[in-house]
Each structure stands twice: as C-alpha cells, then as structure tokens.
Design a protein around this ligand. Structure first.
Ligand code: CTP
Length: 398
C-alpha cells in the first residue's frame, strides 16, 4: 500500500475525532493521507493534530493563494487514489449530491475523478429526514460508496442510526477499495440478512433469548457487501460491530425482526441466518413481575412469526433467492429437504453440528440443499463458508 494515497476530507461533526484514529491506522499501513479540514471540522479537531498524524500539510481554504500556488484544488482532487469523507455530515452529503462547489471540500468532491467513500455521521432525525434519504440515493446512484452509519447512543443524547462507523471498520472499507481487485458481481443488487438471536420480553427487566453470536450472519453480510451488494443486516442483540459497507438495523424481538425485513424490501436476495426464538411469552408484563410467596408464575408461550417462511411466500415482493439455515445433528440432508419444502425457500444451508469442533469452533461442514439436489462442501473455515456462499449467490442471481 506504500504507493497508495487517500485524500481525507474531515467534516464538521463530533465524530471528527475518529478521523484522527483513522489517519493513524492508514499511516501505519503505509497509506499516504492528505487531509482537507473543513472550517466546521476545525471546530472539532485541530489542523495541528491532523497534520502531525497525516505527516502532511492540511488544506482548508478554497481561495488560499499559497495553497493554490503549491497545489491547485483540481490537482488536489486527483492526487489521491481514493477520496474519503470522515465524518460525512448532512451538509457535505447535500452539497455533493447537488454538485455544489462553494468551498474546498465540495469543490474537491465535484472535481475528482477518483472513487469516493463517505462515512456519514449525524443526528438520527437528520439521517432519517427525506432530504438526506434523497441525497443518499443520489450519491449512491452517482457511484459513491458508503460505510455506516451505525446505530447507537449519540453525542447529542439521542439513540438510533447516524453514529459514524468505527475507524477500524472505515479502515477496512478503505483497504478493500484501494486493493480494488475484488470483482463486484452483486453491484446494483440488494440483500437482506438476518443474524443473531432475538430477545423476547417477559416483563420490562426479563427476556427469553438464545446463545447465537451472530458471527455467521455478520460474515455473510460482509461477504455480500464485498461483492458490491447493498446489504441491510437485520440483527438481534449481539456484541459485534456492523461490517463495513453494510446498513445495520438492530432489533430485539422476532416481530420487530420481521417488520424490519419487510421494511427493507424490495430485495434480490434474503438470507435468514438469525436464530429466531420460536416462541415468545404470551403476555408481556407492563411492570416487573414480583415474588408473591405463592407458586412461581407459569410462563405461557405463543409461536413467533416465521421470518424465512414469510419472506419465501410467493408474491411480487418475494426476493428472487431466499436462503435459510438449518443446524442438525443427524439426518442432516433429509431434515434440510423437509425444511426447504416447509419454508418455501430456495436453498437451505445445512450445518452438521454433530461434527467434532463445529460448535464454537472456527471450521464448519455445510451442505447446500436445493430443489436440484445437494452440494456437499468439505470442512472449511467459517469465514470461508461466508465468502463461498456469497459467490454462489452471485452466480445464482447472474
Ligand atoms: N427462522 C426464521 N424465523 C423463525 C424461525 C426460524 O426466519 N421464526 C429461520 C432461521 O433464520 C433459519 C431457519 O428458519 O434460516 C431455521 O429453521 P427452524 O425451523 O427454526 O429450524 P430449527 O429450529 O432447527 O427447526 P426444528 O424445529 O426442525 O429443529
């Protein structure tokens, strides 16, 4: 990466401090960083910090005589292999979407002929505003790549999508784009991936859940995104960070997971990896259930909606390829065939969990069961399963 250069535009938001860590990671990897610090960005990080970490001059002004003499803004916009906007504020996105060029950052974005990666960061209402949604769609159609935003607690005290992706995740997205070797057979396609467990409330402090880590689903979401797919990852509670280039929607219950999947339609591909709780408590207590000294309360359960079966149901909104998962200990392929028919999906990825070391281990042995037969894969690393599956899905959609 020693010959690679990034033009790093640092916008005006609290997340600007993360641009410093990103700069450090890039320099450590040998990538050259030339920073543009907007006047708003300079309210959050100092030019000195950025220059010290980037080991380069910081550019800020469009009408700077010295900067223009040394390196004109057109040259600046072409001097890098990749233009990265961190944080990409609602204002910068709006300017770029409309081709405005009233300052150095927006002029550079308009003048560049290099790929652009934006890491949005803004208040949840701003992110969800129809104007931002329009700008996002325009920028995506213009070929701009995005990483994040993540969902979580924000500096403004609100909660929701809009928090900038972590520097390590942006770093990975940048490295992927700089390598530029990955074929993108799923560009223009949309996928929904469910992952992790669901949590079904008993009362405001208790819930039913399971031990799913979400790792396999997150790996598949990441592998699909790496092939150019626009991925919505609908995730139950996990400890994992959202993968680069993936839109994550965090949910708790099976019913919320289904609603989030339906909101993410239309899609070309749906991959249901989540360990959805089969049942939920029939009545969610509005207040904490207290001990009374009598017999323990009975927990009455009702069945949850089947997300895989719902997405597989025939109709105009059905994704072209719907894939489910099945963990079995015996008669793996026979059970998978039965599940395929019952759920109405196109493939079942059957996972033989009786094989030593599969549970909690790094390797996995899977079979792809479809109407046309069974494809058995040799024991392979779980990350490799995700990559191979994403490639098979791309071939199926081609
Ligand atoms: N699934 C789902 N929604 C549910 C239950 C399961 O989307 N409410 C999906 C899972 O994500 C997975 C597949 O269905 O892709 C697993 O099917 P399921 O019938 O839950 O499997 P098991 O629990 O293993 O079934 P069984 O009762 O046969 O053990």
């Amino acid at each position: 990466m020693a010959d690679k250069r990034v033009l790093l535009i640092v916008g005006g938001g609290v997340a600007a401090y993360k641009a410093l860590e990103l700069t450090r990671l890039l320099r450590k990897a040998g990538v050259g960083v030339r920073p543009i610090l907007t006047p708003a960005g300079a309210q959050f990080v100092t030019p000195l910090s950025l220059a010290a970490l980037a080991e380069d001059k910081v550019y800020s002004e469009l009408f700077s005589l010295t900067d223009e003499a040394e390196m004109g803004h057109i040259q600046l916009s072409r001097s890098a292999d990749l233009v990265v906007v961190v944080p990409s504020t609602a204002d910068l996105m709006a300017k770029a979407a409309h081709g405005l060029a009233g300052d150095l950052a927006s002029t550079t974005l308009l003048a560049t002929d290099k790929p652009v990666l934006m890491a949005p960061a803004m208040n949840v209402r701003m992110w969800e505003h129809p104007a931002t949604k329009r700008n996002l769609a325009t920028l995506k159609a213009d070929g701009v790549a995005f990483v994040g935003p993540d969902e979580g607690a924000m500096a403004c005290g609100e909660y929701g999508p809009g928090r900038m992706a972590e520097p390590a995740v942006i770093f990975e997205a940048i490295m992927g784009m700089l390598r530029g070797t990955t074929p993108r057979p799923l560009a223009g396609r949309r996928a929904i991936v469910t992952a992790g467990p669901t949590a079904e409330p008993i009362d405001p402090v208790r819930y039913l859940t399971n031990r799913s880590s979400g790792k396999q689903g997150y790996a598949i979401a990441e592998a699909l995104a790496a092939l150019g797919c626009e991925v919505t990852l609908v995730s139950g509670p996990t400890a994992l960070a959202a993968p680069a280039g993936v839109t994550r929607v965090q949910v708790e219950t099976a019913r919320d997971m289904l609603a989030a999947c339906q909101a993410a339609l239309p899609a070309d591909l749906a991959v249901c990896v989540a360990a959805v709780a089969d049942w939920r408590p029939a009545d969610e207590g509005a207040v904490k259930i207290k001990k009374t000294g009598d017999a323990p309360p009975a927990l009455r359960l009702v069945e949850n909606p089947d997300i895989l079966a719902t997405l597989s149901a025939p109709g105009p909104a059905r994704p072209r390829l719907v894939v489910g998962f099945a963990a079995e200990t015996n008669d793996v392929e026979a059970y998978a065939q039965a599940k395929l028919a019952r759920k109405g999906c196109d493939w079942i990825v059957a996972n033989d969990v009786s094989v030593d070391g599969v549970m909690g281990g790094d390797d996995n042995t899977v079979s792809i069961v479809s109407a046309t037969g069974v494809e058995r894969w040799d024991k392979t690393a779980k990350s490799e399963v995700a990559t191979r599956l994403a490639q098979r899905m791309a071939e199926a959609l081609a």
